[in-house]
Ligand binder design. Structure first.
Ligand code: FAD
Ligand code: UDP
Length: 368
């Protein structure tokens, strides 16, 4: 008899497995339908031995010291600040839009103060910032919105920015200085030996049994367990009772190239051209030295594995119906990006899992 069956070996499931095993001494069976642990953060060597991310580029960043320290039990870090360029009007320019972006694109020599004024002249006042279009046009105006955001967003989501919550494009700030880092967080680093190695260390505990290549439906009745943690899609768990929750998918084209480098930074975004959204070159992220290079092209798709919940009001409504079912389940906890239908980064999922663990401790105190 297992104390816990945990479905999904990504951040949500693995963080909880480790806590339950090490802090409560409970027996955990952790399953994943994929043939590996790590969920979407899984990395592995490609045919040439270059470390790549199977499900697209994963860059760790957080403002939470607690979350950073928690993961630091399982990995050392390589300091890394992420930088992204966008191919706009034939030029490679920094995104988030900053002083250099505008000066390069328009052949100007503005100062930061002048750029504030330049944006103010172009920004379109919006009564209530509600959508992903509002966020950008109210900050930088329609022209830069169209160059950097409209096409990329339509490709990535299959929706116009006006149909998406503001939270989506609000992930990308606008700057008036020359800071060209993609993230502004206090902690920015990559796990020194990769994500998979970090998960292996996290799950290396005698109370944790791992079964990959295992589908929940195939074991739920066969494996005796007292409680369940589910980190897969919540609509799937409830048999799509209220209809399918939309998730956006991606197809990844991984290539190993017979050249040392392809591009000047880890990620280049394509908001105006190409069918793919972005190209990632991993050696920039990992610091690995190799005469060849490995890259991934991301092609957004409606079909395929669920990667992104789609933040818009009608989807939030549908999710609430599933959430109400979830709340009524006593011995089942729903955690993670797919089970809580939240567009969360890795650190936020770790935070959510640690908060769930605290709730479990409150609800199910261990006998003294
Ligand atoms: P997942 O990693 O999706 O794990 C859920 C697991 O459950 C999966 O492995 C799945 O196979 C398994 N599962 C589902 N249903 C079943 C079932 N019925 N039976 C058995 N197993 C099941 N975050 C960042 O912080 N920085 C980044 O740079 C970043 N880049 C990203 C790039 C892409 C392309 C994507 C898609 C995401 C990115 N993220 C990034 C987000 C990050 O991937 C997630 O926050 C994190 O992986 C979510 O962890 P999770 O455990 O909730 O879900
Ligand atoms: N975005 C854009 N152009 C860019 C970068 C981002 O339009 O060059 C928008 C797009 O809608 C994207 C969202 O901002 O989905 C969030 O970008 P982020 O890089 O955070 O996406 P993720 O890494 O989660 O795919």
């Amino acid at each position: 008899m297992y104390d816990w069956l945990i479905v999904g070996a990504g951040y949500a499931g693995s963080t909880l497995a480790e806590r339950l095993a090490s802090q409560r001494g409970e027996r955990v069976l952790l399953i994943d339908r994929r043939d590996h642990i790590g969920g979407n953060a899984y990395d592995h060597p490609d045919e040439a031995g270059i470390l790549i991310h199977k499900y697209g580029p994963h860059i760790f960043h957080t403002n939470s010291e607690r979350i950073f320290q928690h993961l630091s039990q399982f990995t050392e870090w390589r300091p890394y600040e992420h930088r992204v360029l966008a191919k706009v009007d034939g030029k490679l320019v920094p995104i988030p839009i900053n002083l250099d972006t505008v000066n390069t694109l328009y052949g100007l020599d503005l100062t930061s103060e002048e750029l504030v004024e330049w944006f103010a002249q172009r920004a379109e006042p919006v009564e209530e910032v509600r959508t992903s279009e509002d966020v950008v046009i109210s900050a930088v105006g329609r022209e830069l919105y169209e160059k950097f955001f409209r096409g990329y967003t339509r490709k990535q989501w299959g929706l116009d920015p006006s149909e998406l919550d503001k939270s989506v494009t609000a992930r990308v700030p606008t700057r008036t200085n020359r800071d060209d880092r993609y993230f502004g967080d206090t902690f920015q680093a990559m796990p020194k030996d990769g994500y998979t190695r970090m998960f292996e260390r996290m799950l290396d505990h005698p109370n944790i049994e791992i079964r990959t290549g295992t589908e929940y439906a195939d074991v739920k009745d066969a494996v005796p367990h007292r409680r369940l943690i589910f980190t897969g899609p919540i609509d799937d768990y409830f048999g799509f009772r209220f209809g399918k929750l939309p998730y956006r998918s991606l197809k990844f084209r991984h290539e190993t190239l017979d050249q040392e480098w392809l591009q000047p930074v880890a990620v280049v975004n394509y908001p105006q051209t190409e069918d793919y959204t972005r190209v990632t070159e991993y050696k920039h992220l990992t610091g690995q030295e190799h005469p060849k290079t490995a890259v991934t092209y991301e092609y957004p798709s409606a079909e395929g594995d669920p990667y992104y919940p789609i933040p818009r009001p009608e989807n939030a409504e549908l999710f609430k119906k599933y959430e109400a079912l979830a709340d009524a389940q006593d011995e089942v906890w729903f955690v993670g990006r797919l089970a809580t239908y939240r567009y969360y980064n890795m650190d936020q999922i770790v935070g959510q899992a640690l908060a769930t663990f605290d709730r479990i401790q409150e609800r199910l105190p261990l006998a003294a």
